[in-house]
Design a protein around this ligand. Sequence first.
Ligand code: FE2
Ligand code: FE2
Length: 302
Amino acid sequence: MERARLSLTSANRINWDRFPMRLYQLGKKLFWDPANLNMERDRKDWEALPEQVREMLLQLTVLFGAGEEAVTWDLSPLLSVLTREGRLEEQMYLEQFLFEESKHTEAFTRILDFMAPGKDNGRFIDSNPSYRRIFYVELPNSMNVLLTDQTPEAQIRAATTYMMIVEGVLAETAYHGYVTTLEGMKVMPTLLEMIRNVMRDESRHIAFGTYLISRLVAEYGEPAFEAFNKRLSELAPLAMGVVEAFFKEAQGPSLVQPEEYVNYAMSQFRNRYTVIERARRMTVEQVYAMGLREMGVVTSSS
Ligand SMILES: [Fe+2]
Ligand SMILES: [Fe+2]
């Protein structure tokens, strides 16, 4: 195979104003390193927590952390689509996105190393069949299919699974669980800081997914929008199943209520749905110009 062109040698170089390029610049500005987290105070807090709270936090950390590992494994087939289509700004952003998922896997591994040193935590997956279905079947399948099927519909199925449901609904629900528990009990400040860093990164990942689906809807019209809705309706019951099984297992402390978790995630999700629906009446150029804040991106570290 011979390369058709390199954009740097042409007049048509990187467009700094495009949405993914703005995400890329912000990601560099908000860089953080999981290896720099000092867990000393957290370690002491953890030892002193009641058993029931420890079990709930351990379950949350195992499910969130295993989810981070799954998305670290499964993102790269989307790169092959962008490479083939020659979308340099999206390619560069996605490469940063991949690195951030590796950092998240590192961060959660570091937490589990002191929460449950040398322990197997597979029981949390075994007791959550919807989780297993999403992370062991739906996510890898919908991403890996892109290696052979790069149609707009396949791209939308992949992005809806990865960025809308896994990152958009499940990770945000878990995030809310950590914040209400750790802030409410005033414990484990470094874990809380780490979770906030992860979710700041995730706000860009989810925004990239919203942007990508919007671009495809603007380019390909109703069949693309229908593929988005169809995938959502396939996965919504599984996402609810993950949360239900979590609470069945957790018997959690009363400061965390299931409805609160789900309502939080759903309100975030509705904003994104509105953006994608609006893209049916937008041009691709208008999608490129979308604002970071209107897409829910966290733009500063404070
Ligand atoms: Fe992540
Ligand atoms: Fe992510």
